[in-house]
Design a protein around this ligand. Sequence first.
Ligand code: AR6
Length: 178
Amino acid sequence: MKIIVNGVTIECRRADITLEDTDAVVNAANSRLAGGGGVDGDIHRAGGPAIMEECRKIGSCPTGRAVITGGGRLKARYVIHAVGPVYRDGAHKEAELLAGAYLNSLKLADEKGLASIAFPSISTGAYGYPVAEASEVAVKTAVEFAKSAAKLRLIRFVLFSDSDLKTYERALKRAVAE
Ligand code: AR6
């Protein structure tokens, strides 16, 4: 499914993000940029050690923010390491921090003049964020950003299961109906 907002395509697909050929892929990182399981493990495995070398030099990244490295052996030229919140009960600024992780990634890509970016479903794996709530935050942030994007022309949400894909598609339909 895809929609177009102000010339920016926003789409959802089911795939492995390490295979994406967008200018940047986003990693669901931790604030120590230390690598881990899930999409983080997959990206470092597929992209090779150059990505971790750069992460070590950068050192850390606060929750709700993002940093950029090269893409190593990935097709994507860059990896944007975004740090989403650990979900507690929804009353600990989780939505604000998750929106920040998406928004700061989009800003980094746009400021670098990149045309395309692919996101995984940040925080909804090990960090426990309910996917229905997280998808609303993710697509709303993308739709809002698209209205004022300078260079970015494609924002892709790459989901790992059919059920997550359906959830993101529903959220995207709702976001454009608003
Ligand atoms: N492509 C696309 N999506 C994927 C892939 C992949 N290759 N692999 C997993 N997912 P998670 P988080 C999905 O746990 O919740 C790490 O250890 C997965 O099914 O990767 O933000 C980090 O180092 C889920 O829907 O990220 C952090 O410590 C989504 O990606 C912590 O986990 C996010 O799941 C971050 O946790």
